[in-house]
Design a protein around this ligand. Structure first.
Ligand code: PXL
Length: 277
C-alpha cells in the first residue's frame, strides 16, 4: 500500500477557514499524512477582519529544521502557502534542500495577493523573495494577481489569450518546472485553470459561480496537492481541485452570510470520490 507523507508550510489563522485549517483536513481526506510547519499564528486571516493578532514564527523555522535533520525526517512532497516574513523564504528554501526526499514534489502557492492587490503586510521585497522560491518549485499555483506581481505585469480584469500566454511564459522563466494558473476566464459565466509543463498548455474550463468566498485559493492548492501526491497527472489534479472548489463554493452559497471562508467540509465526500475514481 502506498502511504505518502507531506509537509505543508503556511500560517494558522485560528478563525477564517484558510491555510492550515483547510490544508490539514483536505490533505488528510486524500489519504495522505500531512505534517505542518506553521509560518505564523493569527487570530483570524487578514481579509476582512480588523485588529487581528500576528505571531511571526520565522525564528522557530531553522530550529525545527535542525531537529528534523538530526532525526532524518523527510517528506514525499513539500507544499508552501502563506508565509509570514521575507526572511522566512530563505529558511523554506533550506527546508526544500534538506527535508524533501529525492524525486519529491515541491509545490509553491505564492499566497500573497488577490483582486489586483497584495494582502496586508506584504511588500516588494517579499514579492522579490517569492520569485526566487517559485524558481525552486516543481509546481507554482498562482492566481492572476499573484502571477502579475511575480512577473511585473499590469493586472487586468479583461484580457485575451495573448495576455495569459505571456503571463505563463514569464512565470515559467522564473524557473518552476510547471505552472498551474487559476482563475483564467475567457467567457462571462466561465472560469478555469491552465496547466503548463514548459511544452504543452492544457485548459480546464468550468462554471464561474456568482458568490465568491475567501480561502478558495487554499482549498484549490490543497486539493491539487492531495490529488498529485495520489499519483494523478498534473492536469487531472488541476481538474479534481477545480471541481472540488466549485462544490465548496456551492455549499458556502447555501449558508447565510458565510463570507470569511469556504464550507469545504461539506464537500469532502466528493473530493474523496474524485481522488479514488
Ligand atoms: O487564503 C490566503 C490567506 C492565508 N492566510 C492569511 C490570509 C490569507 C488571505 O487573506 O490573510 C493570514
Amino acid at each position: 500500500m502506498s502511504y505518502k507523507r507531506i509537509l505543508t508550510i503556511q500560517d494558522i489563522s485560528c478563525v477564517g477557514q484558510c491555510s492550515l485549517t483547510v490544508a490539514l483536513p483536505i490533505i488528510s481526506a486524500c489519504g495522505v499524512e500531512c505534517c505542518v510547519l506553521p509560518s505564523a499564528v493569527l487570530s483570524t486571516h487578514t481579509a476582512g477582519f480588523d485588529g487581528y493578532t500576528f505571531r511571526d514564527l520565522t525564528d522557530d523555522m531553522p530550529l525545527i529544521n535542525e531537529h528534523w535533520k538530526k532525526e532524518g525526517i523527510q517528506f514525499d512532497a513539500v507544499y508552501t502557502g502563506y508565509l509570514g516574513s521575507t526572511k522566512q523564504i530563505q529558511y523554506v528554501m533550506d527546508i526544500f534542500n534538506s527535508a524533501a526526499k529525492a524525486g519529491s514534489f515541491k509545490i509553491v502557492d505564492p499566497a500573497m495577493a488577490d483582486n489586483g492587490k497584495l494582502y496586508p503586510g506584504f511588500d516588494a521585497e517579499f514579492v522579490s523573495a517569492m520569485k526566487k522560491l517559485c524558481g525552486k518549485a516543481d509546481y507554482v499555483v498562482p492566481n492572476i494577481t499573484e502571477a502579475c506581481f511575480l512577473t511585473n505585469t499590469e493586472y487586468r480584469t479583461e484580457y485575451d489569450e495573448e495576455y495569459i500566454n505571456e503571463l505563463i511564459a514569464k512565470l515559467i522563466s522564473l524557473g518552476s518546472k510547471n505552472v498551474v494558473l487559476t482563475g483564467v476566464s475567457y467567457a462571462p459565466s466561465k472560469t478555469g485553470v491552465i496547466v503548463y509543463d514548459g511544452e504543452t498548455k492544457q485548459y480546464y474550463e468550468h462554471e464561474l459561480l456568482k458568490n465568491s468566498c475567501h480561502g478558495t485559493g487554499d482549498v484549490y492548492a490543497s486539493s491539487f496537492v492531495g490529488a498529485l501526491v495520489n499519483g494523478h497527472s498534473a492536469y487531472n489534479s488541476a481538474k479534481i481541485a477545480a471541481d472540488y472548489t466549485v462544490e465548496c463554493i456551492k455549499e458556502t452559497a447555501k449558508l447565510d452570510n458565510h463570507w470569511y471562508g469556504a464550507a469545504f467540509e461539506k464537500a469532502l465526500p466528493k473530493l474523496i470520490k474524485l481522488i479514488n475514481a
